[in-house]
Design a protein around this ligand. Structure first.
Ligand SMILES: [Mg+2]
Length: 112
């Protein structure tokens, strides 16, 4: 599957599952991931408004991130950001499922 087709299909799946998909270009930051996916972490009233954010670099199947991307991913991860490199739709579906589990886990932990 071409990278752009994979990205478009992933955005459609994510939006249909309640995620906010945004294509972001960060000025002066080469290698920033292709898409940001955000979803609210459900919390009781009076608690902070929190979103879970996944950044995804899409690739043609078998293709790896380039040097700028590797450096940017490392910088983002050092600051606590989830960054994933995805080259198949199945892997994207699994990533969203995993992230939904993380959102539930965080939500449950903050309610205790
Ligand atoms: Mg890409």
């Amino acid at each position: 599957m071409r990278e752009i087709v994979l990205e478009e299909n992933a955005v459609t799946l994510a939006e249909n599952s309640g995620w906010l998909a945004q294509k972001l270009v960060i000025a002066g930051k080469r290698g920033h991931p292709d898409q940001s996916f955000k979803k609210r972490i459900p919390l009781p009233k009076g608690m902070p408004r929190l979103a879970y954010t996944l950044l995804v670099e899409f690739k043609r199947i078998g293709e790896s991130p380039d040097g700028n991307q590797i450096r940017r991913h490392r910088e983002l991860r050092e600051h606590g950001q989830e960054v994933h490199v995805i080259d198949t739709f199945d892997d994207f579906e699994r990533l969203l499922e995993w992230a939904e589990g993380e959102i539930k886990r965080i939500s449950d932990a903050l309610r205790r």
